[in-house]
Ligand binder design. Structure first.
Ligand code: GLN
Length: 475
């Protein structure tokens, strides 16, 4: 029998006793030992904890108990998710030595589902960036071409799945940080509806935008993961107080009769190879019975500007807590103000400082209405824009990233060029809607291209139906 290649297959094999969770964990730990020196997907490998979790799963199977839907499946966590007693750094020097006293809700849910958490992955510092080049611990490399970035900010999680270091991974998406690296690494990446997954224990970047979601090698596995981690959490007041329907259950429904929106005023900037794949995706859906409708969504033109006021404003407030007193790093000085300044000067990297300054400015007296207040109004219009579009179309299809993976240093000196990586992903975060990137063949240099499927609030079932059809078209 061929070894299972999906999380669903692994869980079934572990439960059937045809293989063990311990075996899978060892295989992945070996691959990490062989290649992560080069890729640097991980900030911290949790070998001991992974072995203990795998042994517990095997013991449950031996005792005739069901360890859960992710029995023996290895999962890597972006290093901005709290793990009790395990360093959680956000790839920032300022959290040096900090060990959270509690697990994030998603970590508890993973344990309860029989998953084996294998390590903490690298990211752009505090999830600010699109390449992992902003990590204080050095960048992650793209497993498809190590001279190129894996995308970001959840680049370590995407690379971990693409390199076969873990079967699945979790990332966070504030403006595209799951979907863009998924596209660049050739894996599935999902940002669910805001509030679908608990954010309790996710270190906050921009709280009104942040969402946790999966990286997987198949659409079905992404559905499986969301079925496990989704749902209401009383510890997160923004989590939606209702149960979600199973997403695994809707994958075979096809796209017959669905209306797929083509955005006629999509901002320019996507490379021809990426747009070509998008066209093929439209054709594949039409061949499967969907119809394509033209829609206008000006939100795509104004999203970036609003985001770069709202996200830094929230970040400047969230990051005020790193003061040298409560967490990690402290640089001593003769007085308290001096200590704050010296700690933050030494602890934060350039991009984080840039965002804190931008956000503080946008929120300051005299500028609040002109910048932050105005951006909130634009956000409302963006939301309304999408609402109109979703009256005409069930889903929208766009590129996930304007280009395939780019070389290290290509955008390093130009923050604006880096910000433009998220043109197609950011508007969805502002609206609170779900979106996902599905690997859809290759573009320039033979590198992966991702097609983005977008849908309205809690329309994950429809989004997943379309994603599953795209996957079938590539099979
Ligand atoms: N690249 C965007 C930023 O730098 C989005 C990051 C994210 O989604 N965490 O803010």
């Amino acid at each position: 029998m061929a070894a299972p290649t999906t999380a669903r297959g692994i869980a079934a094999a572990v439960k059937a006793g045809t293989t063990t969770a311990a075996d899978f964990a060892e295989q992945h730990l070996l691959r990490i030992a062989e290649r992560d020196g080069e890729i640097h997907a991980f900030n911290h490998v949790m070998a001991d904890q992974a072995r203990a979790a795998a042994a517990a799963v095997d013991a449950a199977v031996a005792a005739g108990n069901d360890p859960g839907p992710l029995a023996g499946v290895t999962v890597a966590l972006k290093d901005n998710m709290c793990t009790r007693g395990i360093p959680t750094t956000c790839s920032s020097k300022i959290l040096e030595g900090w060990r959270p006293p509690y697990d994030a809700t998603i970590v508890e849910k993973l344990h309860a589902a029989g998953a084996v958490v294998i390590g903490k992955t690298n990211l752009d510092e505090f999830a600010m960036g699109s390449s992992t080049e902003n990590s204080a611990f050095g960048p992650t490399k793209n497993p498809h071409d190590t001279s190129r970035v894996p995308g970001g900010s959840s680049g370590g999680s995407a690379a971990s799945v693409a390199a076969g270091f873990s079967q699945m991974a979790l990332g966070s998406d504030t403006g595209g940080s799951i979907r863009q690296p998924a596209a660049l690494c050739g894996v599935v990446g999902v940002k669910p509806t805001y509030g679908y997954v608990s954010r309790f224990g996710l270190v906050a970047f921009a709280s009104s935008l942040d969402q946790i979601g999966p990286f997987t090698t198949s659409v079905e596995d992404a559905a499986l993961m969301l079925d496990v981690i989704g749902g209401h959490d009383p510890l997160d007041s923004t989590s939606i107080p209702k149960e979600h329907p199973s997403l695994v259950g809707c994958l075979d429904q096809g796209v017959e009769g669905l209306r797929v929106g083509r955005i006629t005023d999509l901002p320019e900037g996507a490379d021809p190879d990426v747009l070509e794949r998008l066209e093929v995706a439209f054709e594949a859906l039409v061949a499967a019975g969907a119809t394509v409708v033209d829609v206008q969504v000006p939100a795509f033109t104004f999203g970036l500007t609003a985001y770069y006021l709202i996200a830094p404003a929230e970040a400047s407030s969230n990051l005020a807590r790193y003061d040298g007193v409560r967490y990690g790093l402290r640089v001593d000085a003769p007085d308290t103000n001096g200590m704050y300044a010296a700690t933050r000067e030494a602890g934060f990297g350039d991009e984080v400082k840039r965002r804190i300054m931008l956000g503080t400015y946008a929120l300051s007296a005299g500028y609040y209405d002109a910048y932050y207040g105005k951006a909130l109004k634009v956000r409302r219009l963006i939301h309304d824009d999408f609402e109109r579009a979703y009256q005409q179309a069930d889903v929208l299809l766009t590129p996930a990233s304007p280009s395939v993976a780019f070389p290290f240093g290509a955008k390093g000196d130009n923050p604006l060029a880096m910000y433009l990586c998220d043109t197609y992903t950011i508007p969805t975060n502002l609206a609170g809607h779900p979106g996902m990137s599905v690997p859809f063949g290759t573009g320039a240099h033979g590198l992966p291209v991702g097609v983005q499927v977008l849908a309205g609030t809690l329309q994950e079932p429809t989004m997943f139906r379309v994603a599953a059809e795209l996957e079938r078209a590539m099979a």
